[in-house]
Design a protein around this ligand. Structure first.
Ligand SMILES: *Cc1c(COP(=O)(O)O)cnc(C)c1O
Length: 385
């Protein structure tokens, strides 16, 4: 029974049946034949699919279709935003501001820029994972060209005050890039109201297919970035390569569904999260990581005192969940994000991220709470602290 428990929606989500159907229809039809760049009838059929997806993705974030560039996912969109914007604006300055808890797609892009002579300030959030806009304001320098902050942190689920950070950036003149891979479809995102200049999102975090995503570039403030790929003129030359028509059909439908379902999905997932959180925190020595209220509906990250992380994960291996982030999971190292929050290593390594989604049920939650409670009790009985 527990073998089918999926509690890892922050790592990836199931493909919505309507998305799968849209993709299959494209693959089987004439839009699947033509190259969207071709001007003949088959190309036009493919091009229509692409442009419909562009309209739908733009609508999800309050942008115009012409401001959307399709990529292979949020990793590529983050790379294109951070590296592309920095390289394009290097004459204006070489300083970038980000946080210590960003996704590797942003952190490693910043590291790559450091090797090119850029300087990066990695700001520490507070011990609840929140980055105050004042901290960003204090870090800005005359040569700061870019600020990069995730809207929702993928490990903790904390929501950053992006609109306030955006205002700070506007006053200064620096661009704001927001990684919205976790927030698109889970929180309202409005690039204008939130003063966002660049924004990355990923289809597979919102019930679309893996391997496709998008970058928004504000038409007034950030028309161009330095492309990472070289080839044909697709996507205004910013991301050359034949567009994956069926993937984009899937992304488009996923974006449309995300917008339509936001008002019903969020309260439903939140109710599940509240019960999950209450159940997990009822176990003595369990601590919530991240801000209590300033948090997305879908993530609960807890640390467990007095148990060994590997034994805990092993005891719960029938539940698909994550120890921090999927990316840190392989190394077995304590999560750098939890370290940044000031959690001691022995506590940080016994941490779990449960994440919920559209297809989660209260039965999943109850089974997870029961398995967690029993496993922690069993481990503590084996090796009393
Ligand atoms: C999943 C995720 C990414 C990477 O997205 P892909 O489409 O898998 O490349 C980037 N940033 C955050 C915050 C994520 O959660």
């Amino acid at each position: 029974m527990t073998a089918t428990l999926y509690m890892d929606y922050a790592a990836s989500t199931p493909v919505d049946p309507a998305v799968a159907k849209a993709m299959a229809d494209v693959l089987a039809g004439e839009a699947g034949t033509g190259n969207p760049a071709a001007t003949h009838w088959a190309g036009q059929a493919a091009g229509q699919v692409v442009e419909q997806a562009r309209v739908r993705v733009a609508a999800l974030i309050g942008a115009s279709p012409g401001e959307i560039v399709f990529t292979s996912g949020a990793t590529e969109a983050d790379n294109l935003a951070v590296i592309g914007a920095a390289r394009f604006r290097r004459q204006l300055g070489r300083h970038i501001v980000t946080t210590l808890i960003e996704h590797p797609a942003v952190l490693e892009s910043c590291r790559a820029l450091e090797a090119e002579g850029f300087e990066v300030s990695y700001l520490p959030p507070d011990n609840q994972g929140i980055l105050a806009a004042e901290l960003v304001a204090a870090a800005l320098r005359p040569d700061t060209i870019l600020v990069s902050v995730a809207h929702v942190n993928n490990e903790l689920g904390v929501v950053q005050p992006v609109a306030a950070i955006g205002e700070v950036c506007r006053r200064h003149g620096a661009l704001l890039h927001v990684d919205a891979a976790q927030s698109a479809g889970r929180l309202p995102v409005d690039v204008r109201a939130q003063c966002i200049d660049l924004l990355a999102l990923s289809a597979h975090k919102m019930y679309g297919p893996k391997g496709v995503g998008a970058l928004f570039l504000d038409r007034e403030r950030c028309r161009r970035v330095e492309p990472l790929f070289h080839g044909g003129g697709q996507e205004r030359g910013l991301r050359p390569g034949t567009l994956p028509t069926h993937q984009l059909a899937g992304l488009g439908v996923a974006a449309e569904l995300a917008l339509q379902r936001l008002d019903s999905d969020v309260p439903a997932i939140l109710a599940l999260r509240e019960r999950l959180e209450q159940g997990l925190l009822q176990v003595p020595g369990v601590q919530l990581n991240g801000h209590v209220t300033q948090r997305s509906c879908h993530i609960v990250n807890v640390s467990v005192d007095g148990v060994e992380g590997e034994s805990l994960r092993c005891g719960l291996r029938d539940i698909a969940l994550s120890s921090g982030s999927a990316c840190a999971a392989e190394s077995g190292e304590p999560s750098p994000v939890l370290r940044t929050l000031g959690r001691p290593d022995h506590v940080a390594q016994a941490s779990l991220r449960f994440s919920l989604g559209r297809t989660s049920t209260m039965a999943d939650v109850e089974a997870s709470v029961a398995a967690f409670t029993a496993t922690v009790a069993r481990l503590r009985a084996l090796a009393p602290a």
